[in-house]
Design a protein around this ligand. Structure first.
Ligand code: SAM
Ligand code: DTB
Ligand code: SF4
Length: 319
């Protein structure tokens, strides 16, 4: 299959990214907003809604995740949801203004059995609702990526989460290389890559810069960069981690906007613990997408109504 996506050849150096990340905050946000205005529609934020189509009992040990079978988090575990249930959720999301529907499954990798066939049907049917369809189902093979593309998948989410060095402290059941391989298969199939990370895992500034460095040097660059703030779920090993300094989030978003100018930068998990002012600063720094709906995958998120209020206050329109 042909690679149709734009390639960037010049490597962006770690030092270049570090210099920008460490600018005086006002210079950094000004630069990010300047680039935002050049590449992105103004005062527009895309609404995406998540559906946890297969919950819990995951064999992986990602220390932040409530869905790992290794931690006792009390979440509801269930197998693949029936088509009608997922479509009901997708229609509701659309009624509430979402233009992208993202289906997540607590799998290490996509199964090779009839469950994959069911996924292909889900993708086909959601795309018929005239929404962008995104999936996050763990690792996949090149062949599965081609089939997902044929079924109408817009994007595949597979986060690098943090720097290559720090990754080992958070996940031991797969490697950073595994993540990059999946991302490469997705890209090869002509599916948009959605890849970002989590702040607040106990990483240092250099890990956040390193993450942005790796994302910005993906070739082609990701079309979508979710920036999550750790939701500390009781029962997970990271339940007592220190809160991230809120302005580090603003710096990470601004730096992603500057070095990955064409991507949607998504202010993802963790908004429930953010003030309206912090979220506003994130939009100013270049975030232009959020997840809407009462739930992310298993954890709480601001309600549709709370977000409608927020947008009204800021005079932001859904994209
Ligand atoms: N199992 C698949 C995988 O790991 O790629 C897909 C689902 S997984 C839940 C999707 C992403 O959610 C993870 O890569 C991680 O970045 C994010 N995530 C999971 N738990 C989180 C938490 N407690 N706080 C913030 N982000 C979280
Ligand atoms: C992403 O980067 N964040 C979303 C989406 N991609 C799949 C998931 C956040 C999950 C937060 C924890 C939970 O609700 O289980
Ligand atoms: Fe499983 Fe994904 Fe959670 Fe890791 S992040 S435990 S792979 S569901």
């Amino acid at each position: 299959m042909l690679k149709t996506k734009e390639k960037v050849n010049k490597e962006i150096s770690y030092d270049e990214i570090k210099t920008v990340y460490e600018l005086p905050l006002l210079d950094l946000v000004f630069k990010a907003q300047t680039i935002h205005r050049e590449y992105q529609p103004l005062n527009k934020v895309q609404l995406c809604t998540l559906s946890n189509i297969k919950s819990g009992a995951c064999p992986e040990d990602c220390m932040y995740c409530p869905q790992s079978a290794r931690y006792d988090t009390g979440i509801e575990a269930y197998g693949l949801l029936p088509l009608e249930e997922v479509l009901k959720q997708a229609r509701l999301a659309k009624e509430n203004g979402a233009t992208r529907f993202c289906m997540g499954a607590a799998w290490r990798s996509i199964p090779q059995n009839d469950e994959f066939e069911k996924i292909l049907i889900l993708v086909k049917e959601v795309s018929r609702l005239d929404m962008e369809v995104c999936c996050t189902l763990g690792m996949l093979t090149q062949e599965q990526a081609y089939k997902l593309k044929d079924a109408g998948l817009t994007a595949y989410n597979h986060n690098l989460d943090t720097s290559k060095e720090f990754y080992k402290e958070i996940i031991t059941t797969r490697t950073y290389e595994d993540r990059l391989k999946t991302i490469n298969c997705v890209s090869n199939a002509g599916i948009q890559v959605c890849s970002g990370g989590i702040l607040g895992l106990g990483e240092g500034t250099k890990d956040r810069i390193q993450l942005i460095y790796t994302l910005a040097n993906l070739n082609p660059q990701p079309e979508s960069v979710p920036i999550n703030v750790l939701v500390k779920v009781p029962g997970t090993p990271l339940q007592n981690k220190d809160e991230i300094e809120p302005l580090e989030l603003v710096r990470a978003i601004a730096t992603s906007r500057i070095f990955i100018p064409k991507a949607k930068v998504r202010l993802s998990a963790g908004r429930l613990s953010m003030t309206v002012e912090l979220q506003t600063l994130c939009f100013l720094a270049g975030a232009n997408s959020i997840f809407t709906g009462e739930k992310l995958l298993t954890t709480d998120n601001p309600s549709f109504n709370a977000d409608k209020e927020l947008f009204k206050k800021l005079k932001i329109n859904p994209m």
